[in-house]
Design a protein around this ligand. Structure first.
Ligand SMILES: Cc1ncc(COP(=O)(O)O)c(C=O)c1O
Length: 378
C-alpha cells in the first residue's frame, strides 16, 4: 500500500458538512462536535497584531522563530511550571500540527514506530504515517483514565519504537494523567532509549487540578503546545515544540526547508497572548460552568461518564445504555434532533461504537437546548 493510502479522513468533517447543509436549509443545529473555542481571540492579542501589521515588518523571522517569542516562552515556563528551558530549545511552529509534522520527520526512519493511546487525537497517527512510521494504537480505558501507563508502554514497546505520545489533558476524554504515572512513563521511555512526547495544548484549560508539564519530570521529554485552545487562536496557526538540545540542529534544518518560518504576524500576536491571563481565566470559568452542567445532565439521559474530565473542553461518554452503534446514533441525532456530536470512531477503533464525544466549546444556552433535544429524541 502506498503511504498516502494510509491517511484517513477526519470523519467528523462529513458530519459537520451535513450539519452545515441542514443549517443552510434553515434548521438550527446545536454544535457540540467542534473542538474549537467559541470565544474570540483576546482583544489585547488582536491589538498587538494590528500594531505589528502597521509597522510593515511582516517578513520571515528566523526559522526557529522570533527570538523575543522564544525568550518570552522560556520565561513563561519558569513562571508557569518552575522549569528552566533554554530559549533555543523552544522552536516556534505553524500550530502544534506543524510541530508534529516536524518532530516525526526528525525522529522516524521508515518502519519505526510510535505508541499512541486509542482513543486519542486522530491526526497523530496520520502524521506518523506520513513520515513513513508506524502508529501503534494502544487500547486504553477508564482503568488508566484513558491514558497510556508504564505497563502499557512495557507491553507494547518494540524494537524500532522511538517514542510514546501522551495528550494531557486528553482529547477526547478531558482526563489528566496522574503525576506519578507521568514521571514513571518518562522513566520508561528513557530506559528504552526513546522519547516521551507530551501534547500539552489543553494546558491552562483545567478545572480543579493543574496540568503538569512533562519537563517537570524529565528534561529530555519533548513538549508540544500552542496558542489555538487556551488563547482561542486556532486560525492564527501558531504553536511551539521544546526539544532536547541534541535535536535542535536537525529540527532547524527541517524547519528551514518545510516552513521557512511560522507566520510572523501570529508570532507577534503570540507574544501578547502570554500576558493575556485575565481573558484566559474568563474563558476557563465559562468552560467549567458548562462542564459541570453537562456532568450533571448527561447521566440522567443515559450517558455514562466513568472518569470525570478535568481539562480541555470535552466529555467522552459511554452510550451503551442507549445504543450499540454510536456512529448511527450521532447521524440520527443530527438528522432528527439537530444536535451534532462526534462519534467514538473518530478517535480510534477501541470500543469506539460505545462512545461519543461532547464538546462544550459552545454557549451554555445552546448546550441546555441540546440536552432538551436529546431528551425528546430519546
Ligand atoms: C490534542 C490536540 N493536539 C493538537 C491539535 C492541533 O492544534 P493546532 O491548531 O495547534 O494545530 C488539536 C486540535 O484539535 C488537538 O486536539
Amino acid at each position: 500500500m502506498r503511504r498516502i493510502d494510509l491517511i484517513e479522513p477526519f470523519r467528523v468533517m462529513q458530519l459537520l458538512e451535513r450539519a452545515k447543509e441542514l443549517e443552510a436549509a434553515g434548521r438550527k443545529i446545536i454544535h457540540m462536535e467542534i473542538g474549537e473555542p467559541d470565544f474570540p481571540t483576546p482583544a489585547s492579542v488582536i491589538e498587538a497584531a494590528r500594531q505589528q501589521l502597521a509597522t510593515g515588518d511582516n517578513f520571515y523571522t528566523p526559522s526557529t522563530g522570533n527570538p523575543d517569542l522564544q525568550l518570552a516562552l522560556s520565561n513563561w515556563y519558569k513562571q508557569e511550571y518552575g522549569v528552566d528551558v533554554a530559549a533555543e530549545r523552544i522552536l516556534i511552529t505553524p500550530g502544534t500540527s506543524g510541530a508534529f509534522s516536524l518532530i516525526y520527520a526528525v525522529l522516524l526512519e521508515a518502519g519505526e514506530s510510535v505508541l499512541l493511546s486509542d482513543p486519542g487525537y486522530p491526526c497523530q497517527r496520520n502524521f506518523i504515517r506520513l513520515a513513513g512510521g508506524e502508529a501503534i494504537n494502544v487500547p486504553v480505558g477508564p482503568e488508566t483514565r484513558y491514558h497510556l501507563s508504564t505497563a502499557l508502554l512495557e507491553e507494547n514497546w518494540r524494537q524500532g519504537t522511538r517514542a510514546a505520545v501522551i495528550i494531557n489533558p486528553s482529547n477526547p476524554t478531558g482526563t489528566l494523567i496522574k503525576d506519578n504515572v507521568m514521571s514513571a512513563m518518562a522513566e520508561t521511555c528513557r530506559n528504552h532509549g526513546g522519547y516521551l512526547i507530551s501534547d500539552e495544548i489543553y494546558h491552562g484549560l483545567t478545572y480543579g487540578a493543574k496540568a503538569r508539564c512533562a519537563l517537570e519530570f524529565n528534561n529530555q521529554a519533548i513538549v508540544v503546545n500552542g496558542f489555538s485552545k487556551r488563547w482561542a487562536m486556532t486560525g492564527w496557526r501558531i504553536g511551539w515544540i521544546i526539544v532536547p538540545e541534541a535535536l535542535i540542529d536537525a529540527c532547524r534544518r527541517v524547519m528551514q526547508n518545510i516552513f521557512i518560518a511560522a507566520p510572523t504576524l501570529s508570532q507577534y500576536a503570540a507574544l501578547a497572548a502570554l500576558t493575556a491571563d485575565g481573558a484566559v481565566e474568563t474563558m476557563r470559568l465559562a468552560y467549567d460552568e458548562r462542564r459541570r452542567y453537562l456532568l450533571s445532565a448527561l447521566p440522567e439521559l443515559g450517558f455514562d461518564v466513568v472518569v470525570e474530565p478535568q481539562g480541555a473542553f470535552y466529555i467522552y461518554a459511554n452510550v451503551s445504555r442507549i445504543t450499540r452503534d454510536s456512529r448511527q446514533f450521532c447521524w440520527r441525532l443530527l438528522e432528527d434532533a439537530g444536535v451534532a456530536l462526534t462519534p467514538g470512531e473518530d478517535f480510534g477503533a477501541f470500543k469506539a461504537d460505545e462512545y461519543v464525544r461532547f464538546s462544550y466549546a459552545t454557549g451554555l444556552d445552546d448546550i441546555r437546548e441540546g440536552m432538551q433535544r436529546i431528551r425528546n429524541f430519546l
